[in-house]
Design a protein. Structure first.
Length: 258
């Protein structure tokens, strides 16, 4: 039998959900970004609290999207776009993306290859880079707070997905950014995260969650050019074996600063 969270917990989370996508809480200053040697614009993201998951009755909600409050206690920087093929080839020997293009997102990379890219970038820049945790990813997708785009017009303004992509990837950064200046978190290509894929622990609130310590299936977020609206939401999550190299799956990097 599935154990449901207490009603008081759901009501507590409901109180902090915001009605619209990308309404920022503690928005980064417009100039608070740096550009690294690969041309990645790294936006500083403040520490903060946000509502993760989705409330019962939310449109297109999946049962595993347990609503809970999350606190992230350390600021970090995240790339404003997905890693491009040009950026990938600056550090890696091979690009298997089926659709070539310097400014297209790199795809067909395994989770371990994404980790290797982050390690090489860390060595080049002499600061730590990594994939985002699942919680960090949802935090920046929501720009601190906010529900996913609700209508077709709103979704098409921010995402390349099944209804408008023409069944292909598109150059990064063409769609409208969210309130923190981040592009393509929804659609274009799905994105690897650090976390092992499991149901959310029934913990509310959670502080700096990092997922289970072991496992070979990783959380993938954001949906892609081939995805339909239920998968192109800030709360939507799926698991993918870390050895898979999929034509709709890429990555975005985080820089540790604290």
């Amino acid at each position: 039998m599935t154990r449901r969270p207490p009603l008081v917990a759901i009501l507590g989370v409901a109180a902090v959900f915001s009605p619209s996508y990308g309404q920022a809480l503690d928005a980064p200053a417009s100039g608070d970004a740096v550009v690294n040697s690969l041309g990645m614009r790294m936006v500083r993201v403040p520490a903060g609290r946000f509502p993760m998951g989705s409330l019962p009755g939310a449109p297109m909600r999946q049962e595993e999207e347990f609503p809970h409050r999350v606190a992230l206690t350390r600021a970090f920087r995240i790339a404003s776009t997905e890693v491009t093929q040009r950026q990938w080839l600056a550090l890696m020997p091979k690009d298997r993306s089926p659709q070539p293009g310097d400014d297209l997102p790199v795809t067909s990379v395994s989770w371990k290859e994404a980790q290797e890219f982050c390690l090489k970038l860390s060595q080049k820049e002499e600061v730590p880079y990594r994939l985002p945790t699942e919680a960090e990813w949802e935090y920046v997708c929501r720009a601190g707070a906010g529900d996913p785009p609700a209508g077709r017009a709103e979704l098409e303004a921010v995402a390349w997905y099944a209804d408008n992509s023409g069944e292909k990837t598109h150059p990064v950064g063409q769609k409208k950014p969210n309130a923190w200046g981040l592009h393509d978190l929804l659609g274009n290509v799905a994105e690897w995260t650090l976390d092992v894929y499991r149901p959310y622990p029934r913990v509310d609130p959670a502080t700096d969650p990092a997922g289970p310590p072991e496992g070979s299936t990783r959380v993938v977020r954001g949906g892609a050019w081939r995805s339909f609206p239920p998968a192109v939401r800030c709360a939507a999550r799926t698991g993918t074996p870390e050895s898979y190299q999929l034509s709709h799956l890429g990555l975005r990097v985080v820089q540790e600063i604290e």
